[in-house]
Design a protein around this ligand. Structure first.
Ligand SMILES: C[S@@+](CC[C@H](N)C(=O)[O-])C[C@H]1O[C@@H](n2cnc3c(N)ncnc32)[C@H](O)[C@@H]1O
Length: 275
């Protein structure tokens, strides 16, 4: 049996898609793929969606509704299937659809710019010669995104509505305070962020202190081990990702950091989180 619509669900890589005069053309990422839809009375839609016979033939794609309509005023429901050709439906499925008085019609499913992941978009935008330099990932710290691809003319911080500032880390952290030098790639030169983690809010200047959002599970793992009656001594506390939630949990906490800026934001975060 064919894998259905999924074989069409990709963007071409390395072809400079969606860049017009240095501007991002979101419409270029629109893809319309026709699929089969089972047109049924409204009360039958749920029957189709729950049927074990139908399970493997239903359209199941993230961010795409599995039931459509033919437009306002039209009561009938269109239960979307993942195939575009009837030959891909098993005799059992066809028999079941017949028993539910379903009519098979074609339905155009639209995959817009918002459907694709940032990674898919970036690889589609970059021309082949720049593909190797594409960021393999990026991280958000508050309103700052690290290592995004940026479109200089538009300052378009693609795919990330919260992102106002884009930075690139310039070197390894081999200094005592574990801070990165960073360059502003786009957006506002505002480096003071507020980041939520483990039920607390942390404010800090991303240029001046150590912060790594990827450590959130490690922070959580240790915080979960703390009990109210514990005394926690965090001698390399940074801006407080262990110390502040521990204090909030009721532990007695001693926290310290050699970096004056970390210490400043640590004390600020203690107050802000009433910990
Ligand atoms: C890897 S960071 C970890 C910070 C924090 N625990 C976290 O998870 O975000 C290490 C921290 O230790 C601090 N540090 C380095 N040497 C120190 C020292 N001798 N005494 C106290 N703090 C120190 C640095 O300024 C930095 O904030």
């Amino acid at each position: 049996m064919s894998e259905g619509i999924s074989k069409h669900l990709f963007l071409p890589k390395g072809q400079g898609l969606g860049l017009k005069d240095g501007k991002l053309d979101k419409d270029a990422f629109k893809k319309v793929i026709p699929v089969l839809a089972a047109k049924v009375a409204p009360e039958k839609a749920g029957v189709l969606l729950k049927s074990p016979v139908m399970k493997r033939s239903l359209l199941d794609v993230p961010k795409i509704k599995s039931v459509g309509t033919e437009g306002p005023g039209n009561e009938e429901r269109l239960v979307l299937l993942k195939y575009s050709d009837q030959v891909d439906l098993t005799p059992e499925v066809l028999e079941f659809l017949k028993s539910q008085s379903a009519e098979l019609v074609s339905y155009p499913v639209e995959f817009s710019y918002d459907y694709w992941t940032a990674d898919e978009i970036i690889h589609a935008i970059l021309p082949e010669e720049l593909e190797a330099g594409a960021p393999s990932g990026f991280a958000n710290v508050g309103h700052i995104g690290e290592n995004f691809v940026v479109f200089p003319r538009t300052r378009n911080l693609a795919k990330n509505p919260k992102c106002r500032t884009v930075v690139n880390k310039l070197d390894n952290i081999d200094n005592q305070f574990r801070v990165f030098r960073m360059e502003l790639l786009a957006g506002e030169p505002d480096f003071v962020v507020t980041q939520s983690e483990n039920g607390c809010k942390f404010t800090f200047d991303f240029r001046e202190v150590y912060w790594n959002s990827r450590l959130h599970t490690e922070h959580e793992r240790l915080i979960e081990k703390f009990k109210r009656e514990d005394v926690v001594a965090d001698v390399f506390a940074g801006v407080g990702p262990f110390a502040v939630p521990a204090a909030k949990k009721g532990c007695a906490v001693l926290a310290n950091d050699l970096n004056p800026s970390s210490y400043k934001y640590l004390t600020m975060n203690v107050v802000d989180n009433k910990s």
